[in-house]
Design a protein around this ligand. Structure first.
Ligand SMILES: [Zn+2]
Length: 328
């Protein structure tokens, strides 16, 4: 059995993040105590999310959870995060991620998304794929543009022509916001937009990141039913583990309609001391799937070991031709 986390994020250094992106969160934290200032909180937030070990802390966290391989989604979010660029430019971050991938071959695979509004976006994306050997395109976050806008079509065309899988954020909230206020089709991250894209490029392999967590889960199932080139990514659904009965029922509905072959274990695991080690929920999330065949009957459902093995990593191994994990 192999465990592949198909959706994670590694921030190498605090300077990979623009301060503007985390200022709203720092302000929320500062407001909790009268003598706290956002400027005091901000460095803690940025240091807390940065790996700072060339991937070692991240790998230790995977090991503790029994994860063999993680896909690291390098997402260019700075233009949509009010335009402030991080101290280390995204282009340079990709060079550093190429070194991380090279140093941890067969365990860490990088995917990359370059904001199409960036000058020479396609050039940078192509270099990352062709020269650095990155494996996919993502996580694409449609905010300020739509998936059918002309400016992003060259990237989709390249992916479709070259067999590069893509990953699209499909959840009502963006970034640090899990639940957005607009759950209508006007939200550019609504599953209906993915459905149109999937039909326009039937040869494009599309991972529906977060599978609509959670308001759009049925619309995501419908999208996958109509589009055999769409795959479900379960990242963030671990938030629902306290409501086990409800989550098992939804997962069974996904399995019954889309099939276990198109469901992928994913976590949205983030790097850094605030999210790794003792604070990580990854072990609990992996364990949920490992014990699902025994646990599901308690909620009136049935999952086979074979289905769980496919979801946990068998599907990713087959689709991405991944090596089997080295014997520990
Ligand atoms: Zn996302």
């Amino acid at each position: 059995m192999i465990v592949v986390d198909r959706h994670a994020h590694l921030i190498g250094k605090p300077q990979w993040i623009s301060e503007a992106a985390y200022m709203p969160l720092a302000q929320i934290w500062a407001a909790k105590e009268p003598d706290r200032k956002p400027e005091m909180i901000l460095p803690k937030l940025l240091n807390g999310i940065a790996d700072g070990t060339g991937g070692k802390m991240f790998l230790d966290n995977m090991d503790a959870a029994g994860v063999d391989i993680s896909f690291l989604l390098a997402s260019d979010v700075w233009i949509r995060n009010n335009g402030q660029e991080p101290p280390i430019p995204f282009e340079k971050q990709l060079e550093e991620l190429a070194e991380v991938q090279q140093a941890h071959k067969d365990r860490l695979y990088v995917w990359v998304y370059v904001d199409p509004r960036r000058p020479k976006a396609l050039e940078l994306f192509s270099r990352a794929i062709d020269e650095y050997g990155f494996k996919g395109c993502g996580e694409i976050s449609a905010e300020g543009f739509r998936l059918d806008d002309d400016l992003i079509q060259p990237m989709f065309k390249k992916c479709a022509d070259s067999g590069i899988p893509i990953d699209i954020h499909i959840r009502s909230g963006m970034g640090l916001t899990t639940f957005g206020s607009d759950v209508s089709i006007n939200n550019a991250s609504h599953p209906e937009h993915v459905k149109k894209l999937a039909k326009r490029y039937p040869e494009l392999k599309i991972f529906i990141a977060h599978s609509g967590y959670s308001s759009w889960w049925q619309a995501v199932i419908q999208t996958a039913l109509e589009c055999p080139n769409c795959y479900l990514d379960l990242s963030d659904w671990n938030y629902d583990l306290p409501n086990m009965a409800e989550f098992v029922a939804k997962l069974a509905a996904m399995r019954d309609s889309v099939g276990a072959e198109r469901i992928f274990f994913s976590s949205d695991q983030i790097s850094g001391p605030r999210f790794c080690g003792e604070k990580s929920t990854l072990p609990q999330w992996v364990n949920f799937f490992k014990t699902l065949p025994e646990q599901a009957p308690n909620y009136g459902y049935h999952f086979t070991r074979k289905e769980v093995d496919l979801i946990l990593g068998g599907n990713a191994q087959r689709l991405f031709k991944l090596p089997s994990p080295a014997k520990k």
